[in-house]
Design a binder for this molecule. Structure first.
Ligand code: FES
Length: 140
C-alpha cells in the first residue's frame, strides 16, 4: 500500500534543478524538475563514486553528475552507457501541483547506502527530527 507524503510544490523546485529531501534514516533523496515540469526522485548519490546528484545539471530526463559528468537517467536511476550502475529510484506522484513521495519508500529504501567519506557527496545523512524536510542543495 502506498502512503503518499506531500513534500513541496512543483514550483518549489527550480526548473532544471533539484531539492533535497532529508530522511530520518538514510541518505537524502534528490527531487528533480525538468523543463517539462516532470518531477523525478533519486537517492542523492551517484552510482559511480557517490557524487551529489542534486547538484548536477538536469537536461531532458537525465542529470549529469557534478563530479565526473556521468549521465544518470532520472526515470530509472541508472547510468547511461558506456557507464554502468544505478542509484535508488523513488516513486513520485503529482497532485494539484504538489509533489508527493511514498513515505514507506522514504523510510525503507536504500538505508544501507553509505555517503562518501569525503568530498562534495559526503553527508551525515540523517538530520534528526526533520524527517522529509526539503532543503536546497549544498553549494560547492
Ligand atoms: S561520482 Fe558521479 S560521475 Fe563520478
Amino acid at each position: 500500500m502506498t502512503e503518499w507524503k506531500k513534500i513541496c510544490l512543483v514550483t518549489d523546485i527550480p526548473v532544471l534543478g533539484a531539492r533535497r529531501v532529508a530522511r530520518s534514516r538514510g541518505l537524502d533523496v534528490a527531487v528533480f524538475r525538468n523543463d517539462q515540469d516532470q518531477v523525478f526522485a533519486l537517492l542523492d548519490r551517484c552510482p559511480h563514486k557517490g557524487g551529489p546528484l542534486s547538484q548536477g545539471i538536469v537536461f531532458g530526463t537525465s542529470v549529469a553528475c557534478p563530479l565526473h559528468n556521468w549521465t544518470i537517467d532520472l526515470d530509472g536511476g541508472c547510468a547511461k552507457a558506456p557507464d554502468e550502475g544505478c542509484t535508488q529510484k523513488f516513486s513520485v506522484q503529482i497532485t494539484g501541483g504538489a509533489v508527493h513521495l511514498d513515505s514507506i519508500e522514504l523510510a525503507t529504501l536504500a538505508l544501507d547506502v553509505q555517503a562518501p567519506r569525503a568530498g562534495p557527496g559526503a553527508s551525515t545523512g540523517a538530520t534528526g527530527d526533520e524527517s522529509f524536510a526539503v532543503q536546497t542543495p549544498h553549494t560547492a
